[in-house]
Design a protein. Structure first.
Length: 131
């Protein structure tokens, strides 16, 4: 489970843990870095990898990257959105540019005897909600 919580500088719990998603390691994962988070100054954005298995699909396992925006009080700002691929997605990196979130990740084929990695980048979501 992927839990979200906030602590104070002294380690005291400000916002109790709550489950925001399931992190699962794809069978052919090339990395163990499966989660990233950033702060915009008014909200958090969390990106994580989830293995996706489909019984009717001969491909043993696919993965997707989920992105969730969370307010400073811990509530979801919007429904999470997903980036899916026919290949393994891994090593998500999410950053705040000052006006939008940038998300990058690596993608590699399952069956390739030679490691071929593509790096992708996308601007995701929108800016923080107006107060």
């Amino acid at each position: 489970d992927l839990l979200f919580f906030i602590t104070g500088e002294d380690g005291s719990l400000i916002l109790p843990p709550r489950r925001i998603g399931q992190v699962s390691i794809p069978a052919n994962a090339l990395t163990s870095r499966l989660v990233d988070m950033t702060w915009s100054g008014s909200e958090f954005a969390v990106a994580w990898v989830e293995a996706v298995s489909e019984p009717e699909d001969p491909d043993p396992e696919k993965s997707r990257i989920n992105v969730l925006r969370i307010s400073r009080d811990g509530s979801d700002i919007a429904q999470p959105f997903h980036i899916s691929s026919e290949f393994l997605l891994h090593t998500p990196d999410i950053e705040w540019s000052g006006s939008a979130y940038g998300l990058s990740w690596l993608e590699s084929p399952h069956e390739s005897p030679v490691m071929q990695i593509k790096s992708w980048f996308a601007l995701v979501g929108c800016g923080p909600p107006e107060d």
